[in-house]
Ligand binder design. Structure first.
Ligand code: PXL
Length: 271
């Protein structure tokens, strides 16, 4: 059995965070483990406002010890870290256990919330985790924060941001969410390894129910790497996987709706 881990927050509503990661690992036929960094809850009395409850440092370290020392993994990803000690511990365990297939999802916001959760963490993530990651998967907002290019509005802006993020030590960057560029007619994402820019295209799925799409994408890339795919092949397969997942989108309530990572399996079984 190929083992894989996520270091991420728990989304009590189940669509994003480590819940999305574990569902994705399962679809790839992997044995998934999770180190919980924080628990995110949403208040139905307050328009689904998010609250974040970080786990204490000792509890996070004990989970990382269980996973990386006690079991071992073929790949890992990190998502919402939320605290400076979660960034430092992630750096410590990924580097000391020499995890080559490490995917950094530099989560800074939840969908629907415009403000970065912890702006001071952006620097810590860039300095400590970017150089360790084989693939870094910012959305447009996060690519803007990491590169200093605000208002990424064109493919050229995405390319410029990717160049700057590579200069900061990333090995490969995959900027997601070209579907959010003004007047986008396709979901175009950008992969850059310092040599070539690859545009990955998929049909634009018009829905607001995309909660967890970023988490699912980075988990799928890590899963492909765990299975021995090249970076390009892992990213290309992840792009197909997230497109399929978004075809299966649905509403959880009036505020939020996720994709469905199992759509691919159902389509294979029932169509
Ligand atoms: O989608 C970003 C995200 C990541 N991780 C957790 C979350 C969210 C958004 O809600 O709750 C735990």
């Amino acid at each position: 059995m190929i083992k894989i881990a996520t270091i991420a927050g728990s989304d009590a509503s189940g669509g994003a965070g480590l819940e999305a990661d574990l569902k994705t690992f399962e679809e790839y036929g992997l044995y998934g483990m999770a180190a919980v960094t924080l628990i995110a809850t949403m208040d139905p009395e307050k328009n689904w406002a998010h609250t974040v409850f970080p786990l204490d440092e000792k509890a996070l370290k004990a989970q990382l010890e269980t996973i990386f020392k006690g079991v071992g993994v073929a790949a890992a990803k990190s998502g919402m870290l939320g605290t400076a000690y979660a960034v430092a511990l992630t750096c410590d365990y990924i580097s000391s256990h020499k995890i080559k297939n490490y995917v950094l999802d530099p989560v800074m916001v939840c969908k629907g919330n415009d403000e970065a959760l912890n702006p001071e963490l952006t620097t810590a993530i860039a300095e400590q985790l970017l150089p360790l990651a084989l693939v870094t998967t910012p959305n447009l907002f996060e690519a803007g924060q990491l590169s200093g290019i605000k208002n990424i509005a064109t493919i050229e802006h995405m390319q410029e941001a990717a160049r700057i993020i590579l200069d900061k030590g990333a090995a490969t960057v995959f900027i997601k969410g070209g579907s959010k560029l003004p007047n986008a007619t396709k979901a175009v994402d950008l992969l850059y390894d310092g040599k070539t820019f690859e545009l990955l295209e998929a049909p634009l799925i018009k829905t607001n129910w995309t909660h967890g799409a970023g988490c699912t994408t980075s988990a799928a890339i890590a899963s492909g790497l765990a299975r021995g795919l090249s970076v390009y092949d892992a990213v290309a397969l992840a792009k197909r996987f997230i497109t399929q997942s978004l075809y299966g989108n649905f509403a959880l309530n009036q505020w939020i709706g996720p994709g469905n990572p199992s759509t691919w399996r159902k389509e294979t079984l029932f169509t």
